[in-house]
Design a protein around this ligand. Structure first.
Ligand code: PXG
Length: 480
């Protein structure tokens, strides 16, 4: 059952990407390309790394340097790079019907088949799908669905959505408003959507001092009930959360958290939205993160892993509670995008899901490689820089600290101005390992195809980069 898909011949071949004039591309990049979440002026000074090729879990830059992609691109490359069958599926669909819309009582075959497939692989309360082009548009769609639902139900004042600090729900105005990233809110200069409020996140390292993780999980879920009572349940429409927060730093909630959130939502009749953009399609070793935590959401946002990032696609799985009201009340739902149900994207998604199923990649993460990553990653807990190293399926995070203590909450953190996470990230990249820094928490979310041997290679690389970081920090005088 366990498949080892790394083909050494393919990797050697991929190591010879087409020749690219790195400096010329960097110059054009600096002159014309405004990157997402990037200081354009600072980037122009150093020049962007030009990525030219991918195969399996590795990517290559234009200078021929190979990097182990511990972040699956941006949490999306679930089936790994270089899948010819996905390229073939997209090519065949482009030749047959590259585009048609689904607006005026028309449809297309790949979109219909994909909707049916998503219903088949998702929990039983989901029988309908709304397609978008991205996760952000998916969450915009959620906002509109939720407000439409309560309006149709005769409760137009039930329009507040509760989210969490440090959540990431996208970069459109709705996505950023739903999200809890203060750096994004700060730049919205007065256009944050009203009636979206935030409670604290279930981050044990930050808030769990003096409690067991299980006790803290109940406390953090209790913040939802407190907020509902403060606002008045009759005004609260929905709660939205990522099963495991991704961009916020792989925040893995205690096991008690989500069941208590579900209980509270049920008690007050509040809709539950699971943002599955990262957790969906196997990241936690289950098809959806909601299944991992045993919750029953009314809406699930998806994107990324639905196509493994080969082409953009997103959407919302719409639960029966909402779909039945919208459908039975009649009238148009005045919402949609040019690329909703794009046939090429849907054809690529169908092939991607076929691969996930045929190679049993979700089961592999659940039964074999996820537990192995957990064991290997936990070994990093003995490193002098690491206060905690933890995983949930194929998402993992470790915290860098100045001084270890007898317990997690007695560890001494670095000054945030020292940017220790970024220093560590530099050592990772420099040594061929893509590991992200969120503050001083280092995170990975590797492709689901990563094998046992590749996990060994990855964790050994991480350890040697932590050693290099330690030596560097001592040299800088940041620690003893
Ligand atoms: N929800 C979640 C949970 C996400 O992780 C989105 C929505 C938005 O999806 P689109 O397709 O509109 O980008 C995301 C996206 C990071 C990072 O720094 C993460 C994302 C996007 C950009 C950066 O980890 N996730």
């Amino acid at each position: 059952m366990y498949s080892n898909k790394t083909d050494p011949i393919a990797i050697v071949a991929a190591a010879r990407p087409a020749a690219v004039d790195t400096q010329a591309i960097q110059k054009l990049d600096a002159a014309h390309y405004m990157h997402a979440f990037t200081d354009t002026k600072a980037l122009a000074g150093v020049g962007a790394r030009v990525i030219v090729k991918g195969q399996g879990i590795y990517i290559w830059d234009s200078e021929g340097k190979r990097l182990l992609d511990g972040m699956s691109g941006l949490w999306c490359m679930n089936v790994g790079y270089g899948r010819k069958s996905i390229a073939d599926a997209a090519y065949a669909q482009m030749q047959e019907l590259p585009y048609y819309n689904s607006f005026f009582q028309t449809t297309n075959v790949p979109a219909v088949k994909l909707a049916a497939k998503l219903v088949e692989i998702s929990p039983p309360q989901f029988n309908h799908v709304f397609f978008t082009g991205s996760g952000s548009e998916g969450n915009d769609t959620n906002l509109r669905l939720v407000r439409r639902y309560w309006d149709l139900m005769g409760f137009p004042d039930r329009n507040i959505i509760i989210s969490r600090e440090n959540a990431y729900h996208g970069s459109t105005i709705a996505g950023a408003s739903l999200g809890g990233m203060s750096g994004m809110h700060d730049q919205q200069v007065g256009v944050t959507i009203p009636n979206i409020v935030h409670i604290g996140q279930p981050y044990y390292v930050e808030g769990g001092k003096g409690m067991t993780p299980e006790e803290f999980g109940l406390v953090a879920a209790g913040w939802l009930e407190k907020k509902i009572l403060e606002l008045g349940a009759e005004k609260v429409a929905a709660f939205i959360g990522e099963p495991v927060q991704g961009a916020g730093g792989v925040i893995i909630p205690p096991s008690t958290y989500w069941p208590e959130i579900q209980r509270i939502c049920d008690k007050y009749g509040i809709l539950l939205i699971a943002d599955e953009v990262i957790c969906g399609f196997g990241r936690l070793g289950t098809w959806f993160g909601s299944e991992y935590f045993g919750i029953k959401p009314d809406l699930m946002t998806f994107a990324k892993g639905v196509t493994s990032g080969y082409v953009p696609l997103g959407g919302v799985l719409v639960g029966d509670r909402i779909a039945n009201v919208l459908i039975e009340s009649g009238g148009d739902f005045n919402h949609g995008f040019t690329y909703s149900g794009h046939p090429v994207a849907c054809a690529a998604a169908l092939e991607n899901i076929r691969i996930l199923q045929e190679e049993k990649l979700v089961e592999q993460v659940h039964n074999v490689t996820g537990p192995y990553l957990k064991k290997k990653f936990a070994e990093l807990n003995d490193h002098p820089l690491v206060s905690i190293a933890e995983t949930c399926g194929f998402a993992a995070g470790l915290n860098l600290v100045k001084k270890k203590g007898a317990t997690l909450h007695e560890c001494v953190p670095f000054e945030s101005s020292q940017d220790v996470g970024m220093i560590c990230r530099g050592h990772m990249f420099g040594n061929g390992m893509i590991m992200r820094a969120v503050g001083d928490r280092m995170i990975i979310a590797p492709p689901l195809v990563t094998t046992i041997a590749e996990i060994d290679e990855m964790v050994a690389l991480i350890r040697s980069c932590l050693d290099a970081t330690l030596a560097d920090l001592q040299k800088r005088g940041y620690m003893a």
